[in-house]
Design a protein around this ligand. Structure first.
Ligand SMILES: C[S@@+](CC[C@H](N)C(=O)[O-])C[C@H]1O[C@@H](n2cnc3c(N)ncnc32)[C@H](O)[C@@H]1O
Length: 219
């Protein structure tokens, strides 16, 4: 797991795709959501601010330490409720309008099982948003970035998600990729340094693109 500084930098550099997704889907006050594999709660808090006091966000993570972190946030964002559960066996007290995951499927044993489980907790005609990276597509200058070190089960899952969505019979309504790029001493180069201990300031750094897939779960 990345250290705290790397996590904070990641939240920073990948915040724009999160905003794009919430705006394109037009998430609104009063929605109920689940953030699956919530980690430190960056997505949960962003969703919580949008859905407001009349909405609710369940922040689900397999790691109990994460629940404690999110619980801290929940004290401030009262509509965020932290639960310790495996995504594969997730059970919520109510069906939700939206199931969201970011940087989760690259870690799990079987992404298809997790996506099916996400769909099972969504209301009829509700939404799934999946934000996952294509890690091998990162670049330093013209060279492919190698940050994998064999630590991820599915490093390029982002590009596989659209096909999985179709195989499962869900309607993909939107899909795009966004990659943070920086040159010099930027959050992108500092994130790369936090992950790899290599500081690059004289070449453009393109971090792995994040593919956002939005799908509707039919009745
Ligand atoms: C790379 S972090 C991403 C955190 C957060 N989604 C974000 O984008 O900031 C992945 C998180 O998924 C959690 N996780 C991994 N496997 C899981 C599983 N099978 N079920 C639920 N959570 C899981 C980890 O504990 C970790 O907090």
């Amino acid at each position: 797991m990345a250290n705290r500084m790397a996590i904070e930098l990641r939240d920073d550099v990948y915040r724009r795709p999160l905003e794009t997704a919430t705006e394109r889907l037009e998430i609104a006050a009063g929605w109920t959501c689940v953030d699956v594999g919530a980690g430190g709660g960056d997505v949960s808090v962003a969703l919580g601010k949008i859905v407001g006091p009349s909405g609710r966000v369940f922040a689900v993570d397999i790691d109990p330490k994460r629940r404690d972190q999110v619980a801290e946030i929940a004290a401030r964002e009262t509509q965020v409720i932290a639960l310790t559960q495996a995504a594969e066996e997730m059970m919520l007290p109510e069906k939700v309008d939206l199931a969201f995951c970011r940087f989760l499927l690259l870690q799990v044993v079987d992404p298809i099982v997790v996506i099916q489980r996400m769909a099972s907790v969504v209301k009829d005609n509700g939404w799934i948003v999946i934000q996952e990276a294509v890690t091998s597509a990162g670049r330093i200058g013209e060279s492919a970035m190698s940050t994998l070190n064999g630590t991820m089960r599915h490093p390029d899952i982002g590009i596989m998600v659209p096909r999985i969505i179709r195989q499962l019979g869900f309607e993909m309504t939107d899909c795009w990729a966004e990659a943070p790029i920086g040159l010099g001493d930027t959050p992108e180069s500092r994130y790369l340094e936090a992950m790899t201990e290599v500081l690059v300031t004289d070449e453009p750094v393109m971090l792995p693109p994040l593919v956002t897939t939005i799908a509707r779960v039919p009745k």
